[in-house]
Design a protein around this ligand. Structure first.
Ligand code: S3P
Length: 429
């Protein structure tokens, strides 16, 4: 589906940001492995998280979904049953990688697959540590790609030094560790999001973190919880950038997750000169949240690299849009991981911004963006089936000198189904 976007005259108002995708996935997974009911409010009803709901339903877990809340009727660590078909994870990397860790330790076999994008994304990064724990997993292309076949078996605890800062890898190993005797630990090169550690702890697991190492003790008794999912800061990133770069804007974003492993976007935008304030800070289930206000401001270029990258990894496409509108050059380094996301985001962002006449160079490990030139009218961009590219190019289009078109716009349903209606509701008439 093609979406035509007219330039914005300013965005004003209050927005409820959809639920955090990472936390929503985990609430279904851990709720399924817990004893008793888990009640979830603020859940993200996007395609990815619904793939996780489908996966656990197919393994015998009753999950009641209503508009107000989700109730997962957990059956304990050993309560899952063999699905009678393969599990389709759709576009969701979090679903396939995290449940691989859970499925490796079951007393049954499973097959996992997903859409064209997921079948191109690297799975060796979870298969390698899981195999070291004794898991029996095979996949296409010499055990690197989905579909994956998992033969459930007994697992051994390990320590894993991960070569990548990836919460999906870390979480897969820790979840497999629930099924192994003793302590399973993972050290990563920089700290990635720690929602698995925080939520497993609230469910009653023995789990500890120190620096970039997390460790969990096997065979815990997990107990159903009440979970309030905060708004996803990765989704808040779009109105944060739009509100900054579109003159005359003022936006209030309610209940946004502010876990420090995720707030790199706020640090970077502030560093670029943005006007963002945080209020009503509080904590629920170990997760920080609060309200954000953004007003338009003049931005300037910056450099983003190192330990900051995992704290804003999903926000780089929309940060690139901010950089295109900022005075001066922005360089992004140490961001090779973007090549293996839902699309090769270094290439797809560069292609999108170039359609607006922006000068972008793709580097080995990032991007170099020459900002400050007005974004041209009549751009035609493709999302390449990637939700974050569709939303980022929408923000660029709103800030452009004339109308633009985004092809394959429907990808937004992966993480923000009502994105376009919500943004249109903020337009100054
Ligand atoms: C996620 C981890 C990140 C992120 C993804 C969600 C998670 O992926 O990009 O959108 O929920 O654990 P990596 O672990 O591959 O960095």
């Amino acid at each position: 589906m093609k979406q035509r976007i007219e330039p914005s005259r300013g965005l004003r108002g209050t927005l409820t940001i959809p639920g955090d995708k990472s936390i929503s996935h985990r609430s279904i997974m851990f709720g399924s492995l817990a004893e008793g009911d888990t009640e979830i409010t603020g859940f993200l009803y996007g395609d990815d998280c619904l793939s996780t709901v489908g996966a656990f339903r197919s393994m015998g877990i009753a999950i009641d979904v209503t508009d107000e809340k989700i109730v997962v009727h957990g059956k304990g660590l050993h309560g899952l049953t063999e699905p009678d078909n393969y599990i389709d994870v759709g576009n969701s990397g979090t679903t396939i990688r995290l449940i691989s860790g859970i499925l490796a330790g079951q007393a049954f076999n499973t097959v996992l697959t997903g859409d064209d994008s997921i079948r191109k994304r690297p799975m060796g990064r979870v298969m390698k540590p899981l195999s070291a724990m004794g898991a029996k997993i095979t996949g296409r292309k010499n055990n690197t790609l989905a579909p994956l076949a998992i033969e459930g078996t007994a697992l051994q605890a390990i320590h894993y030094d991960s070569p990548v800062a990836s919460a999906q890898v870390k979480s897969a190993v820790l979840l497999a560790g629930l099924y192994a005797d003793g302590w399973t630990s993972v050290t990563e090169p920089s700290l990635s999001r720690n929602h698995t550690e925080l939520m497993l702890k609230s469910f009653g697991a023995e789990i500890e973190s120190e620096g970039t190492t997390a460790r969990v003790k096997g065979n815990p008794q997990l107990k159903g919880q009440i979970i309030e999912v905060p708004g996803d800061i990765s989704s808040a990133a779009y109105p944060l950038v739009a509100g900054s770069i579109i003159p005359g804007s003022e936006l209030h974003l309610k209940n946004v997750g502010l876990n420090p492993t995720r707030t790199g976007i706020i640090d970077v935008l502030l560093d670029m000169g943005a006007d963002i304030t945080i209020s009503n800070e509080r904590t629920s289930g170990g997760e920080k949240m609060g309200d954000l206000t953004v007003r338009s401001a003049k931005l300037h270029g910056t450099t983003i690299a190192g330990d900051l990258i995992p704290r804003l990894v999903d926000e780089i496409p929309v940060i690139a849009v901010a950089a295109a509108c900022a005075e001066g050059v922005t360089e992004i380094h140490d961001a090779q991981e973007l090549k293996v996301k839902e699309s090769n985001r270094l290439e797809t962002v560069a292609q999108g911004l170039r359609a607006f006449g922006c000068e972008v160079e793709v580097l080995d490990d990032g991007l170099r963006i020459a900002g400050g030139k007005p974004l041209q009218a009549d751009a035609v961009c493709n999302s390449f089936g990637d939700h974050r590219i569709a939303m980022s190019m929408t923000i660029a289009a709103l800030a452009a000198e004339g109308a633009a078109e985004i092809e394959q716009f429907e990808a937004v349903s992966v993480s923000w189904p009502s994105f376009w209606a919500d943004i249109q509701g903020l337009e100054v008439k």
